[in-house]
Design a protein. Structure first.
Length: 288
């Protein structure tokens, strides 16, 4: 199937892209294109215009900004995987990207495109929730920062306004004795997460959990943080029994997707299992 007719624009700057968005209210931004183009070919999306932002240099790159690592929205997966800085400070990002698609997808896909698209089965939304990232957006009235906790609001829906562009993702540098892990149960056909769990755990000097963040994707209509699991861990020794008990809370209060591959009950079970796996691995890494 072919897409409907559209007008193609290539923006040379963020300001030009914003101007084009205002002039074309029905337009879609084109980053890596691995989600948008298939949707257009299936006529699930029929924008009147595409605004290509893939060559805006100011939107790409990784930089060390004192207490955080900042990734431009157009930074490609492959660049994140190859970054020594990211591998050293935020190893959960390349770990999750290793599980995304194939080589072609990782060569073209972008972190900002993934987050803005907010596919319920995407991997990186859970990771930025676990990292406590902040997402910067620019619109006609200037820029604003959106905590990852407030960014994903529904199926394929984020806190971005129609005339805003996601420009960068800032991830705090974790303190010493922090471990992190992303674990997922992948659909064998598509590779998307049936359930994916991201965990970041910091241990105190006495070995107890000083801080924990857990994000879950794939299970429901959008990625969510599991604060009840985090609260069950903080201040306690992360024994196998403690992690098991906390993980059993992971499915509480969640809305689960159901399809031909996994029922609601199965996704609830997988959520508990993969949160446990992510927490266990994160604690092992925190202990060194």
């Amino acid at each position: 199937m072919y897409s409907s007719t559209f007008t193609y624009y290539r923006a040379g700057s963020v300001q030009e892209a914003l101007k084009l968005l205002l002039e074309n209210p029905d337009a879609k931004l084109l980053a890596g294109g691995h989600s948008l183009i298939p949707a257009m070919k299936l006529r699930l999306a029929s924008p009147s215009a595409l605004i290509d932002i893939s060559r805006i240099s100011e939107l790409a790159g990784i930089r060390d900004a004192a207490d955080r690592i900042v990734l431009g929205a157009m930074t490609r997966y492959d660049d994140i995987q190859r970054s020594d800085l990211v591998r050293r400070v935020l190893p959960i990002l390349p770990e999750a990207i290793d599980a995304i698609g194939d080589l072609q997808v990782r060569n073209m896909g972008t972190i900002g495109g993934s987050l803005a698209h907010a596919d319920p089965a995407a991997d990186l939304p859970a990771v930025v929730l676990a990292l406590g990232a902040e997402i910067k957006a620019v619109g006609p009235n200037g820029d604003r920062t959106i905590p990852a906790d407030q960014f994903f609001v529904d199926l394929f829906t984020t806190a971005l306004q129609p005339n805003e562009i996601l420009t960068e993702i800032a991830c705090p540098k974790p303190p010493a004795r922090t471990g992190m892990s992303y674990q997922k149960f992948a659909n064998p056909a598509s590779g998307y997460a049936v359930v994916g769990a991201a965990a970041v755990v910091t241990l105190a000097e006495d070995g107890t959990v000083a801080a924990a963040r857990v994000g879950v994707t794939g299970a429901g209509p959008y990625a969510v943080r599991r604060q009840n699991v985090e609260q069950a861990l903080v201040g306690k020794q992360p024994t196998a029994e403690t992690i098991e008990a906390a993980s059993q809370l992971a499915s509480e209060g969640m809305t689960f997707n159901s399809d031909i591959f996994a029922s609601e009950e199965y996704r609830a079970h997988l959520t508990r299992v993969f949160v446990k796996r992510a927490l266990t691995r994160a604690v092992e890494r925190a202990r060194g």
